[in-house]
Design a protein around this ligand. Structure first.
Ligand SMILES: Cc1cc2nc3c(=O)[nH]c(=O)nc-3n(C[C@H](O)[C@H](O)[C@H](O)COP(=O)(O)OP(=O)(O)OC[C@H]3O[C@@H](n4cnc5c(N)ncnc54)[C@H](O)[C@@H]3O)c2cc1C
Length: 447
């Protein structure tokens, strides 16, 4: 590839902080809230114009669709998201389970309020493009924004970019699956003009079960209700209206009394490397084409959708996976399926796996503990990594990628970073029993 050499230049330092969180999805938002509530000056840097990550940018509201009577949750900031959203009119019932479906637009405002209340210093429209290193220690980040190239210095940095962008820049080891093996990226959309009662009558007559889409389950999941919808798209394919190989089919959600279906998650693109700008561009455009085909099929073949209109596209493509760090510990499939227990637990997550065709639902009270070491990268100091890029085997990431689990790793990382800053020690060597007490004080179940 042809290359040029950039000229070196001096970069203004726009801020110095205790904890700097980069990325504001379920993990980053939780990390920043947890750090600020532990009493350390905290900044939150986000490349888009709103906080929330996939919740607000990719319209992924189903934060607890897995929940059943017997499910045991960690509590903490993830559950607080549901409660605050409910209080502020920012959620709907989730037809799939007992959780709340977060409204992508209103949750932008909920996140603003939470950030403001916690006294976090926010920066939106700000892309973190490099790590500032002092030997093997991260000292801050370089950002690019409308204000130009700038630097933010911090005592501890949390990479919650979902793609482990900073860990990569800092030289931490990680792995990434070949793009053909990765989960698809998705263009979510919403409709207005839906006759909700007519659509629900159609769903009652044609109910879907979880086994209709999951390839592997433990058996107890098979007959659970699912919002899976594929028939209208298959009919459009049979009629030659949609290419036969188009990956269209998925879930409906977010039906409102105002005649909306706010979350339609059916338009997917396979084999996308979401850390490659050309592939992201291709997938954004391909996804919108599929979403429009899907909408036309719904109008023609899904009762209740005949007068539907496009209400919203996601504001950014929804990515499910890219880099995963090699941490101090790699969470295994056995750990998540065998109720693993760890001395360095920073929270728990129910036995819920959903990826690569396998689904295990937490219909029982089984859960595993989440070890601190999966947020601690190898070789690089003063950096923690939370969210979907934590250290986990492919099969275990079916659990760690879930938004509620991202809030657990985020909250744990936020508290640990803040205490490390207070104690003036590298976060790898933070006093764990103190961290665990502080996490529990914030309402998280760790044992
Ligand atoms: C279509 C779809 C449906 C899904 N359904 C579910 C579901 O039903 N339930 C569930 O639990 N999970 C679901 N998931 C998975 C879940 O959404 C993600 O795993 C989860 O959001 C990951 O959280 P995160 O905080 O790690 O990253 P993200 O939510 O991806 O957030 C990362 C944030 O970092 C920002 N960022 C990235 N790079 C930079 C940078 N360099 N500088 C500054 N900011 C940056 C991004 O803009 C974003 O705000 C779904 C995912 C998709 C795409």
């Amino acid at each position: 590839m042809k290359e040029i050499t950039e000229s070196s230049r001096r970069v203004p330092v726009i801020a110095e902080t205790g904890v700097l969180v980069v990325g504001s999805g379920p993990a980053g938002l939780s990390a920043a809230l947890a750090s600020a509530r532990t009493g350390v000056e905290t900044m939150l840097v986000e490349r888009h114009g709103c906080f929330g990550g996939n919740i607000t940018q990719a319209m992924v509201g189903t934060i607890a669709w897995y929940r059943h009577e017997a499910t045991v949750d960690a509590g903490g900031i993830g559950v607080e998201f549901e409660h605050r959203a409910l209080e502020m009119g920012a959620s709907l019932d989730d037809p799939d389970g007992m959780g709340q479906l977060l409204d992508a637009d209103m949750f932008k405002y909920v996140a603003d309020v939470l950030v403001g209340e916690a006294g976090i210093v926010p920066i939106l429209h700000c892309f973190s493009v490099d790590a500032i290193m002092d030997g093997s220690s991260v000292r801050g980040v370089i950002t690019e924004s409308k204000s130009g190239r700038q630097a933010i210095l911090a005592s501890c940095v949390i990479d919650a970019t979902g793609d482990a962008d900073l860990a990569h820049r800092a030289g931490a080891p990680y792995s990434v699956l070949p793009k053909e093996e990765r989960m698809p990226v998705t263009t979510t959309f919403g409709c207005s003009g839906v006759d909700v009662s007519e659509f629900l009558a159609y769903v009652r007559e044609n109910p879907s079960r979880l086994a209709d889409w999951a390839n592997r389950t433990s058996g107890k999941e098979d007959d659970l209700f699912s919002t899976w919808i594929v028939e209208p798209f298959n009919r459009a394919k049979e009629a030659g209206e949609i290419p036969a190989n188009a990956t269209i089919g998925g879930y409906w959600g977010g039906l409102t009394e105002a005649g909306e279906a706010t979350n339609i998650n059916v338009a997917h693109t396979l084999s996308v490397d979401s850390i490659d700008v050309w592939e992201l561009t291709r997938a954004e455009m391909d996804g919108r084409q599929k979403a429009i085909w899907a909408l036309e099929a719904l109008k023609k073949y899904a009762p209740g959708f005949q007068n539907a209109r496009l209400r919203s596209f996601n504001s950014s493509l929804g990515t499910r996976e890219s880099r995963r760090i090699d941490g101090e510990y790699v969470l295994s499939e056995q750990d998540v399926k065998n109720q693993a227990r760890f001395d360095d637990s920073i929270g728990i997550f129910p036995e819920f796996l959903d990826a690569y065709g396998e689904v295990i639902m937490p219909t029982t009270g089984r859960y595993f503990q989440v070890p601190y070491r999966i947020v601690v990268p190898q070789r690089v100091e003063n950096l923690l990594v939370a969210g979907r890029s934590v250290s986990a085997e492919k099969a275990a990431s079916s659990a760690t990628r879930q938004m509620m689990c991202c809030t657990v790793t985020g909250q744990g990382a936020g508290v640990a970073a803040a205490i490390a800053v207070q104690q003036r020690v590298p976060c790898r060597h933070v006093n764990l029993s103190q961290v665990q007490k502080a996490i529990e004080k914030q309402g998280v179940r760790i044992g």
